[in-house]
Design a protein. Sequence first.
Length: 201
Amino acid sequence: MIHSNDYWFYDRALSDEQCQSLLNLKRQYQLETATIDEGDIDSKVRKTEVLFTSEEWVYDLIRPYLEDALVNANWNFDIDWCEPAQFTEYKHGGHYSWHIDSMPVEKQEKLNISYKGKIRKLSTTVVLSDSNEYTGADFEMIHSPSLSPNENKKINIMKEPGFRNKGTIIFFPSDVWHRVTPITSGVRNSIVFWWLGPTFR
């Protein structure tokens, strides 16, 4: 699917205090090694630690930006649910190679996951670490969701300096290819959301 905008972001939207509140919540839980697909661990594809939360105030913090982005990016997706939010922590050598977040019904059935007919439509990354706290770990996207990084073609990589700023909120359609490059020092914290709705007509 070709979108009018591949991403929409709000630079330093959350205050240091709000970011700290999210990080404090993260410390109440135990991080686990992140998995891919059917619960497999493959550090060549993804090396990070994660945990999940469904605290309502966390969603309330992001929803005003979600509603604004849906209109101003001209996506106008029908969204009525969100999965548990995922904290991610990248340390030295951590990364997540090119992937998409979209989860069509056919893939849900294969992985024995049920979103009751809903699909992931919009993804969100909230940066909780400032740029000077780590090196590497750049968040990058590919311009066209119809182009796979596995194809033998030159790809147009998109990234913004603001993507590294603490408190920045980045929205993008879930079928857009994206990655986090290897982190070489420090720690990068973020929280990720997947917003769902009825299948596209």
